[in-house]
Design a binder for this molecule. Structure first.
Ligand SMILES: C[S@@+](CC[C@H](N)C(=O)[O-])C[C@H]1O[C@@H](n2cnc3c(N)ncnc32)[C@H](O)[C@@H]1O
Length: 272
């Protein structure tokens, strides 16, 4: 199944190269060290609607068990836990899992457990049991995509879901524009789709193109949000503030912008 002319293209290798070349990359160590800053920058705005859109597209049912791979601070895992029987939230960054547990407690979510492991190192069936559905939301920072996907497929009893970018991110492109550096985006969802096809998995794709409107109280907040937990030289931060002073719309005491961040939901049903 899934074999034709595309089989000559090594999608796994293309993914690896593009991840390695991407302008913005964070190591697992960086992600862990900057977990609280990342979480704050993501939460500090009007809700983008991403989580509601994602969960709405997944047709969740109250009797399902779900595994959230690369759960981060629980943006998706916690609201998902309110719609399913139980959620296992897995991340390689212990500081992210601390946040997930904090938010779960604050939201009275009791049907969520956490696992601190690198997904690529997990032995399915030993370290983790099979779950009805397996989700990987915004967490394909891996250089080993094929292995990551195989693990997902193996861990799922019913369905797998992947949410990933469907084009260049406006905000990252703007940072590069402002700092006069070349923007190399991470690989897109199409590589994932093609690799799945090559692996014999026929996936569905749903594109979510909706632009997001965001506001910030001041330029410090705008730049903080833009950086999403990444560190940058003071001089670069000043350059970004100057750029935003010019490019954001100031109205009603706030700085406004529209971000185009199209994303794709890739899903597949487990074969018997
Ligand atoms: C950008 S965050 C996304 C968090 C959450 N899924 C969301 O959509 O808000 C990516 C998370 O994936 C985790 N991650 C990336 N690769 C991973 C791997 N191989 N194993 C476990 N966690 C991983 C990172 O540690 C990070 O917390």
């Amino acid at each position: 199944m899934g074999r034709n002319v595309e089989e000559k293209i090594d999608w796994d290798e293309i993914w690896k190269r593009k991840i390695e070349e991407a302008t913005f990359r964070s190591s697992a160590k960086d992600v862990n060290a900057r977990a609280r800053i990342w979480d704050k920058s993501m939460r500090g705005n009007i809700d983008s609607g991403y989580v509601d859109e994602l969960l709405g597209s997944m047709n969740l049912l109250p009797d399902l068990t779900a595994l959230d791979v690369g759960c981060g601070s629980g943006f998706v895992a916690i609201p998902m836990a309110k719609r399913v029987r139980s959620v296992t939230a897995l991340d390689q960054a212990p500081n992210m899992l601390d946040l997930t547990r904090e938010y779960a407690a604050a939201n009275d979510v009791l049907n969520l457990s956490t696992i601190n492991k690198d997904w690529l190192q997990v032995e399915i069936g030993r370290d983790i049991e099979l779950h009805d559905i397996v989700l990987a939301s915004r967490c394909l920072q891996t250089t080993e995509l094929r292995r990551f996907l195989l693990q997902m497929d193996k861990a799922a009893k019913k369905q797998c879901f992947i949410a990933w970018g469907a084009g260049a991110r406006d905000d990252d492109a703007e940072i590069c524009n402002a700092l006069d550096i070349v923007y190399k985006p991470p690989p897109s969802y199409m590589v994932v789709f093609n690799l799945l096809f090559e692996m014999g998995i026929l996936a569905n794709i749903e594109i979510h193109p909706r632009p997001i409107t965001r506001w910030y109280l001041d330029l410090d907040e705008a730049v903080f949000s833009l950086l999403r937990g990444r560190s940058m030289e003071k001089s670069a931060i000043e350059t970004l503030k100057t750029y935003y002073q010019k490019h954001l719309t100031f109205r009603d005491g706030r700085y406004w912008r529209v971000i185009r961040e199209p994303w794709a939901l890739i899903s597949w049903t487990k074969r018997d």
